[in-house]
Design a protein. Structure first.
Length: 158
């Protein structure tokens, strides 16, 4: 009987040790993943998040669907806000490209909200970024909202 109790005590300690080691291993894996998740979140408009081809498509859409209200040079007019310059940057600094895309998608053009395709919306955003002298890159802005929400609009170059 003493042997049986001693064996159970050893088994309990081994099981407890195994659980602790598994917990520690899971914790270390999570710590290892943190830098990778932060790397995705730290992209800004200064990182070349659109390409020139996309911005050219966006310019064509903008001229056709947006310039009547926002002007050909994105300066805005009367009650229409500008899409360039200090006022634009003050309004959008610290927000995401996804926020800007969502605003366009749900409320523009004013006379036909939601009528542009998702691709047209991100192309227009690429044009706005180029017009505001953010650098272009090799890849197009993606159409996925979650990815766009990870790109932060920064008025000043970091």
């Amino acid at each position: 009987m003493t042997k049986r109790l001693a064996t159970k005590g050893t088994e309990n300690r081994k099981g407890s040790l195994t659980k602790r080691l598994c917990s520690l291993l899971c914790f270390l894996c999570l710590l290892w993943l943190i830098p990778f998740s932060n790397a995705q979140e730290s992209r800004t408009t200064w990182d070349g998040v659109y390409n020139d081809t996309q911005a050219k498509r966006g310019e064509a859409v903008f001229v056709d669907a947006c310039s009547n209200c926002h002007g050909r040079t994105l300066e805005g007019a009367d009650m229409t806000p500008p899409l360039t310059g200090g006022a634009f940057m003050a309004n959008w600094d610290g927000l995401s490209v996804g926020d800007l895309t969502d605003r366009i998608r749900t409320s523009m053009p004013l006379d036909r909200p939601g009528s542009l395709s998702r691709q047209d919306n991100v192309d227009v955003v690429a044009y706005i970024l180029r017009f505001n002298q953010f650098p272009s890159g090799k890849e197009e802005l993606p159409r996925e909202t979650q990815t766009l929400k990870q790109i932060v609009i920064k008025a000043s170059k970091p």
